[in-house]
Design a protein around this ligand. Structure first.
Ligand code: KIV
Length: 290
């Protein structure tokens, strides 16, 4: 299989080119949790494009090319229709736009669940096409064999437990998980199974806080919370959510800016200037020399 891009993942190809420096590595991320303690929480945000990656990179330990791009970029109703090709194209853009953070790429629904072999082929395709350092997959104990299989073959895996959006049709929606004793116990068991199988980190999404804390205390690798707890070993949000690109703000999202409002106002000014012919002005037009 030929790769789409010439990649050098140890330095940046971002434009403008930043100071060359080495990327963080998966082992360095894993080692941030020592004997159950993470002195400095891990910072992760989603990224889907090269420019977005350039802007986020220096502030983040990890950039996640999330399959949430299905909804955020493509306007799809869920992550279910997202394909390996979509993930590969956006993953390659994010790697090209970053030089510091570890880039993790989501395995889309249907690309890994059938068998460890299927998962290896899909994950190898993603890493070859993008230059990302690791993959993320959803599910607990049922995925443990696959996590070990990939790890033994050179592919680091980030797990994802609790609310797993690819299972929306089984879960019946996106409500927080872990409210019943049996559900809570399963989330903890799932996380432990992934940890034992060798995940280097585990996303804990949409669970009641005591379960997020119990998971964090029960696994040796770092947990990365979203709608979970500040006691997790790190946090992740969908970048467009925290920037205020959407009107709907789920409870677990903190809207740090109102970028949608800024875009609305800016575009209204542009439209007015086009209509009253004040744009383009003298500074934006070319005149003959002499
Ligand atoms: O796809 C995604 O963006 C994710 C995060 C929400 C963890 O999986």
């Amino acid at each position: 299989m030929s790769t789409t891009f010439q990649l050098d993942t140890s330095t940046s190809r971002a434009n403008p080119t930043p100071q060359p420096m080495r990327r963080l590595t998966v082992p360095k991320i894993r080692m941030r949790k020592q004997d159950g303690v993470t002195a400095e929480p891990l910072v992760m945000l989603t990224a889907y494009t090269a420019r977005q990656a350039q802007l986020l990179d220096e502030h983040c330990d990890l950039l996640l090319v999330g399959d949430s791009l299905g909804q955020v970029i493509y306007g799809l109703p869920s992550t279910i229709p997202v394909t390996l090709e979509m993930m590969a194209n956006h993953g390659a853009a994010v790697v090209r736009g970053s030089y510091h953070a570890v880039v993790v790429i989501d395995m889309p629904f249907g690309s890994y669940e059938a068998s460890p072999q299927q998962a290896f082929e899909s994950a190898a395709f993603l890493l070859k096409q993008t230059g990302a350092a690791a993959v993320k997959l959803e599910g607990g104990g049922a995925m443990a064999e696959t996590v070990a299989f990939l790890g033994q073959r050179g592919i680091p895996v980030m797990g994802h437990v609790g609310l797993t959006p690819q299972a929306v049709n089984v879960l019946g929606g996106y409500a927080a998980r872990g409210r019943s004793d049996s559900e809570a116990a399963k989330i903890v068991t799932d996380a432990k199974a992934l940890d034992d199988a060798g995940t280097f980190a585990i996303v804990v999404e949409g669970v009641v806080e005591p379960i997020a804390i119990e998971v964090t205390q029960s696994v040796s690798c770092p947990t990365i919370g979203i709608g979970a707890s500040a006691q997790c070993d790190g946090q992740v949000l969908v970048t467009e959510d925290m920037l205020g690109m959407f009107d709907r703000v789920p409870r677990f999202v903190k809207r740090y800016e109102d970028i949608a409002g800024i875009i609305g106002k800016t575009v209204a000014t542009y439209a007015e200037e086009v209509r009253n012919r004040s744009f383009p002005g003298e500074e934006q037009t070319y005149q003959p020399k002499g």
